[in-house]
Ligand binder design. Structure first.
Ligand SMILES: Cc1cc2nc3c(=O)[nH]c(=O)nc-3n(C[C@H](O)[C@H](O)[C@H](O)COP(=O)(O)OP(=O)(O)OC[C@H]3O[C@@H](n4cnc5c(N)ncnc54)[C@H](O)[C@@H]3O)c2cc1C
Length: 470
């Protein structure tokens, strides 16, 4: 609840034009990309700099007002849904690339910078920022850091965490701290930078980040391997890695996903096969040629019915774009799209794909699967309708079975989408009571009044663990 006096204080800090408590303004920020979650904030505030963020946070801490930091709201775990009201902080004024340092190979940005803008700005200088979530045209760096987002290039280059070198953070008491630096080596104290990466806005507000860059790879090639058998595709993934080749990209799409994506992008994707692998390699020309030949051979040995190398960069780009539009394409099928990201060790991909298909049959629901197969990170996706309570119940049961199976196979409940509200009831399945207690101790130490994105990550109660029998 924001009193008139507190409202006046906020306006004094950011100006009336950057404070919005109108019904329409609050409605816009009442939901994010997660289906079936909505809750109104009391106000939306757009600070212009770190000092303003700090002053806002101090007031919130004094009056116990919840704060939801928000990038573009593309998260899929209800991480920016203001479930406990309070203020939403947006970074539309803090969206500048501050510096590209070609000597230290770093880029320093404000949190509201759009991921693709950063990628393009550094590529213009022959540099490379690999983390490329499919949402990169709209997602922000602040969101990427707080979800530790991954992308198509994660297999070879890692995820956002691997590129965050330094952070400026406003803590829950309003203190401003700086972690890390432009340093390849730094062991001065706890690794606070890593603590804030993936913390989903629950520990502090990131107001600046310095990210690592690498030189642009010399060349890149893309191919598509087609399969009549889902498990043969999954086996190819393990076989490529077992042959000591780490491609840049190793993505999996099953037939239902392929059909929907093709009708969305119309680029002539094969829709009569059971699965495809989208494979890319980059690096020096000779290495790329050698790896592409070896991977084509391995795919054929694993019974790929055809392996097609993209002839032009335009064709390769179409294939990447098609993969990146999988979620948007599937979202056209039914009013509600529930997308998950159960993740297993990559040697278990074939078992996980089979389990997902069996679970879909068991609950009589339609599950399309695509994802970062090389990372063991699958996106079983269910087009459904929240108004159909019976089907929604079966979908929820199916996803519970999928999470349980992923854990049983040595995996996790989320590989890149975060916990938020959605996965909070399942977090204990992964971390155990003791793991949750350790995290809660950190949370209490940094945010004793629980104002930073409350209601996220920690659930009020844990779901009973299901045993998947088959
Ligand atoms: C079509 C689509 C495709 C996607 N593809 C991928 C993918 O390939 N890989 C992947 O990993 N994810 C993917 N996502 C999920 C999502 O895009 C990512 O999690 C992304 O990083 C979120 O960025 P955002 O700017 O929208 O952040 P938001 O959704 O606004 O916020 C995400 C979290 O970060 C916190 N936060 C945001 N800014 C700050 C800040 N400055 N300080 C502190 N906390 C902050 C929020 O409180 C929230 O907890 C996809 C989503 C969609 C809709």
């Amino acid at each position: 609840m924001i009193t008139e006096q507190v409202k006046r204080q906020f306006i004094q800090i950011v100006g009336a034009e950057n404070y919005d408590d109108s019904k329409a303004g609050r409605l816009v920020y009442s939901y994010d990309a997660t289906p079936n979650f909505q809750s109104l904030p009391d106000a939306v505030i757009a600070p212009r700099n770190t000092k303003e963020v700090s002053e806002i946070v101090k007031i919130c801490n004094e009056h116990r007002i919840p704060i939801v930091p928000r990038g573009s709201g593309t998260n899929l775990c209800a991480g920016t849904c203001p479930t406990e009201g309070g203020i939403v902080i947006i970074f539309k004024h803090m969206n500048r690339i501050l510096e590209i340092d070609e000597e230290n190979l770093t880029v320093t940005v404000q949190p509201g910078v759009i991921t693709l803008d950063l990628i393009q700005a550094v590529e213009a200088k022959g540099l490379f920022y690999p983390p490329d979530p499919s949402s990169m045209k709209i997602s922000t760096i602040g969101g990427n850091i707080n979800e530790n987002s991954g992308g198509l290039r994660g297999l070879k280059y890692g995820v956002t965490r691997d590129y965050v070198m330094a952070l400026e953070v406003v803590l829950a008491n309003g203190d401003i701290i700086r972690t890390g630096g432009k340093l390849a080596k730094d062991v001065a104290g706890y690794d606070l930078t890593r603590l804030f990466v993936g913390s989903e806005g629950t520990l502090g507000i990131i107001t600046e980040a310095t990210l690592k860059l690498i030189p642009m790879p010399e060349t890149k090639k893309t191919m598509l391997a087609l399969y009549e058998d889902l498990e043969a595709a999954a086996r190819s993934v393990s076989a490529i890695i077992a042959n000591k080749i780490i491609p840049t990209t190793l993505e999996f799409l099953d037939q239902p996903t392929l059909q929907v994506v093709e009708s969305f992008v119309n680029i002539g994707l094969p829709t009569d096969v059971k699965a495809v692998l989208l494979i890319e390699q980059d690096g020096p020309k000779e290495v790329v040629e050698r790896d592409m030949k070896a991977m084509a051979r391995i795919c054929r040995e694993q019974h790929a019915i055809s392996v097609q190398v993209a002839k032009t960069e335009e064709e390769a780009n179409n294939l990447r774009t098609a993969r990146r539009s999988a979620l948007s394409a599937l979202a056209r099928l039914k009013p509600t799209t529930i997308l998950e990201d159960a993740t297993v060790p990559r040697s278990q991909i074939a078992n996980m794909v089979k389990a997902i298909n069996d679970i879909a049959k068991k609950y009589n629901v339609n599950i399309c699967t695509f994802g970062h197969a090389g990372d063991g990170n699958l996106h079983p996706t269910c087009p459904t309708d929240v108004r159909d309570k019976d089907e929604l119940h079966r979908v929820e049961q199916a996803f519970e079975d999928i999470f349980a199976k992923a854990i049983e196979l040595g995996g996790t409940i989320t590989g890149e989408h975060g916990v938020g509200v959605m996965k909070a009831p399942y977090l204990e399945w992964k971390l155990g009571k003791e793991g949750i207690a350790a995290m809660q101790a950190i949370k209490r130490a940094l945010d004793p009044n629980n104002i930073m994105n409350p209601g996220k990550v920690f659930a009020k109660s844990t779901r009973k663990r299901v045993v998947v029998t088959r």
